[in-house]
Design a protein around this ligand. Structure first.
Ligand code: HEM
Length: 467
């Protein structure tokens, strides 16, 4: 296949008619980006177009929002790019993550995929219904609800059993005999682990976020080791896998020298919860926030829901049923477009690349930014408008490399289907039980993930027609 870009051989000079991307890196760029990434991206998009140089995170970092440049950034792994994350983040990922060991990436990713798609994803659905219905019973219209903490609880209680293999419907009893005794302690450690990824100095001291995160990581790995041992010691034969851990253990049993070593399994359980929990919380809170502002959209969603489901009970909703609700999917995609929870990881160029007459120099970094790509009028009609219809088939906006909330290319998100399924089921339950309204305009934590601040509240109204 002809690629639209050319990788220069080591030492090869760029053709004389090539240019550098516009704008010079500035020392103030990192702070400006971290404080308000939306504004940073929009202002520079307006002044310089969708590709521009910055000094974000040191050196020269080129931000790309144009589809051809995004495709170039997403597909260079092991050929002309490497993951360019800070040493603290890489140490927290550890050698069993998909961001380390590019030589093993393809094999590991293929082996992990069945844990988040297809048959196993379908078997997760009844658990999602149960946990969501249970939580929503505790949501009350009597007083304003702090949105993010409420959604975060649902996200954890859905995802932790599926990814860590712990049946939390038994409460803390599920942790009996394990080195972490309560769900509260597990969540606290998890947050410390998460914060460690963004520590500034790689110093293993409890005085630093990295040091505390690394310590939490060790405790969590020991915990997972005990979970796995307990599972293997269970004399009952494992039925067909119903969670991610069960899938990996079954594969290990079938092929003891295959991809799934004990180390890989315990690390992957932790990393997948890391990759999903805060992202899903961010998406779910943002969707609720957006829907709270557009009652007409909510009514259309209810009409679609009634047409597809009739009076069938919720626990009969499967991934196939969800496929028949394109408008629901469109509202989630539009939320991801205007409020993408995260950017993509930095890639460092190990070779120079020429694309569309622009020279991307070896040693520079690339960040494919949804905040630029999703704001481009060339690909999204009236990009400042919240308009889910753009994602319906007749408009068909949001093509690959133009709509990138889940990244793309080599490191495309492995959990996109899982996240969308969970978000849709949560939406169906919410639409059935409540109307809601945001109390004022939300403010956001911008970095490392975009998320509504914890103190933002919504007011629920119970629906009289609830099933
Ligand atoms: C709203 C929810 C989510 C969002 C917005 C999101 C976003 C992303 C993005 C942007 C990337 C690409 C990173 C890059 O190329 O630099 C990514 C990768 C990844 N995501 Fe997600 N994610 C979500 C949910 C999940 C879930 C539920 C899981 C698994 C349970 C997951 C697992 C992963 C993994 C394993 C990768 C790395 C894939 C690789 O390196 O090949 N994500 N995600």
């Amino acid at each position: 296949m002809d690629l639209p870009y050319r990788v220069l051989a080591p030492g090869e000079a760029p053709p004389s008619d090539t240019v550098a991307p516009p704008r010079r890196p500035r020392w103030s760029d990192t702070l400006a980006y971290i404080v308000d990434p939306d504004q940073f991206c929009r202002q520079n998009l307006a002044r310089h177009g969708p590709i521009f140089q910055t000094g974000v995170f040191g050196g020269t970092t080129v931000f790309v929002g144009d589809p051809a440049a995004i495709q170039m950034a997403f597909n260079g792994d092991g050929i002309y790019t490497e993951i360019g994350l800070p040493p603290t983040t890489m140490a927290m990922f550890g050698e069993y993550s998909l961001f380390q060991r590019p030589d093993l990436h393809r094999q590991r990713k293929a082996a992990l995929r069945p844990g988040f798609t297809g048959t196993l994803l379908s078997t997760y659905v009844p658990h999602m219904h149960r946990v969501i219905a249970h939580h929503l019973q505790t949501w009350s219209a009597a007083a304003p609800l702090a949105l993010v903490p409420a959604v975060e609880k649902i996200s954890f209680d859905v995802l932790a059993p599926l990814l860590l293999g712990i049946p939390f419907d038994q409460g803390d009893l599920a942790l009996q005999g394990l080195p972490i005794a309560s769900k509260a302690e597990l969540k606290r450690l998890y947050k410390t682990f998460f914060d460690g990824f963004y520590g500034l100095v790689k110093w293993r001291s409890l005085l630093t976020a990295f040091g505390r995160g690394y310590k939490a990581r060790e405790t969590l790995i020991n915990f997972m080791r005990a979970v796995i041992q307990r599972r293997k010691a269970n004399p009952e034969p494992e039925p067909e896998p119903t969670d991610f851990l069960g899938m990996m253990l079954a594969e290990q049993q079938a092929e003891p020298d295959g991809v799934f070593s004990n180390n890989l399994i315990e690390n992957q359980c932790l990393l997948q919860l890391w990759a999903s929990h805060y992202e899903v919380t961010g998406l779910a809170a943002s969707w609720l926030y957006q829907m709270g502002q557009y009652p007409a959209i909510v009514e259309r969603l209810r009409i679609e829901q009634a047409q597809v489901m009739g009076n069938n009970p919720f626990d009969e909703v499967t991934p196939a049923t969800l496929k028949q609700m394109p408008y629901l999917e469109a509202t989630i995609k539009e939320t991801l477009r205007v409020l993408p929870p995260s950017s993509t990881a930095t890639r460092r160029l190990t070779q120079s690349v020429i694309l569309d007459g622009v020279h991307y120099q070896k040693g520079w970094s690339l960040i494919a930014e949804p905040r630029i790509a999703h704001a481009m009028a060339a690909h999204f009609t009236n990009p400042d408008q919240f308009d889910p219809d753009r994602f319906l088939p007749d408009r068909d906006e949001g093509r690959p490399n133009e709509f990138i909330p889940f990244g793309g290319g080599v490191h495309a998100c492995l959990g996109a289907q899982l996240a969308m399924t969970l978000m849709k089921i949560l939406a169906l339950h919410l639409l059935n039980r409540f109307d809601w309204q945001g109390l004022g305009t939300a403010t956001f934590v911008q970095f490392p993930l975009k998320q509504i601040k914890n103190d933002y509240q919504i007011q629920l109204m119970s629906r009289s027609t609830e099933r």
